[in-house]
Design a protein around this ligand. Sequence first.
Ligand SMILES: NC(=O)c1ccc[n+]([C@@H]2O[C@H](COP(=O)([O-])OP(=O)(O)OC[C@H]3O[C@@H](n4cnc5c(N)ncnc54)[C@H](OP(=O)(O)O)[C@@H]3O)[C@@H](O)[C@H]2O)c1
Length: 247
Amino acid sequence: MTLEGEIALVTGGSRGIGRAAAIELAKEGAEVIINYLSNEEKAKATCNEIAAIGGKASAVKFDVANTEETKAAIEQILKDKKRISILVNNAGITRDGLMMRYSVEDWDQVLNTNLRSAFIVSQAVIRSMMKERKGSIIHMGSIVGITGNAGQAAYCAAKAGIIGLTKSMAKELASRNIRVNAIAPGFIETDMTHQLTEEQKKSIFSVIPLGRIGTADEIAQAVLFLASQNSSYITGQTLIVDGGMGM
Ligand SMILES: NC(=O)c1ccc[n+]([C@@H]2O[C@H](COP(=O)([O-])OP(=O)(O)OC[C@H]3O[C@@H](n4cnc5c(N)ncnc54)[C@H](OP(=O)(O)O)[C@@H]3O)[C@@H](O)[C@H]2O)c1
C-alpha cells in the first residue's frame, strides 16, 4: 500500500466525490478524517465502509465556510493525530442563477464555501506539514473554472480562484516539500448534479467527447495519484478530468 502511515483530511467526505476519495485513500493505507456539514449518517456510513475494508476513518463535523469553527476543528484534529499529511479541499456547493437576479448573499455563500474555505483549511493545516517537511494538498476545482458557464458566475469565479490559489500555494510551499495541485472535474454523477433537469443533462452530454457522465470513482483515482508519490514531481497543476468536455 502506497499511503501507509499517512493521515488524510477530506473536506466534504460524507458524499459524492469526497466520499469516493476518502475510500480510495483508505484502501491505500491512509488514515482518513472525513469532514461533513450536516449529514452525520452518511459521514458515519463512509467511515463504516472504510472500516469494513480494514481501513481507519473518523468523521468530524464543521462548516468550512465558518472560519472560527474550521480553525477550532482542525486544531483539535492536530492535537489528536499530531499531523495531517494529505489534505483534500473538496467541500463545495452550487447555487445557480443568472447574474441579473443573483443575490450578493448567494455570491458570498458560494465563494466562502468553495474558495475561502480552501484558504482557511490549508492555512490551518500547513504548519504541521511544514514541520514534517512533507505534504500533498489537493483542491477540488471544476472545468467551469476554466471555461466559464452561464448561470454559474459565482461558482465559476470560485473555481477559477482555486487555480490561482493552487499555483501560489505551490510556489510558497515547494521548498518545504509540500505539493499543491487541483483537480478540475467535468460533469460527475453525485447529488450535486442530480439537481439538473433531464434537458440540462442532455445538452451537457452532447458536449462531452466521451459521451457520458463521469463517476466519483474516476475523480477519486486522480486524488489518489496526486496524493501519492506517483506524482512526486508534480506541483501547481490543475488536472482536468472531464471526458474531454473542456477541450
Ligand atoms: N459533481 C460534479 O459534477 C462536480 C464537477 C466539478 C467539480 N465538483 C466539485 O467537487 C466537489 C464535491 O462535489 P460533489 O459533487 O461530490 O458534491 P455533493 O455530492 O453535493 O457533496 C458535497 C459534500 O460537501 C459537503 N459540504 C457542503 N458544504 C459544506 C460546508 N459548508 N462545510 C463542510 N462540508 C460541506 C457535504 O457535506 P454534507 O453531506 O454534510 O452536506 C458533502 O459531503 C465540490 O467542490 C464540487 O464543486 C463537482
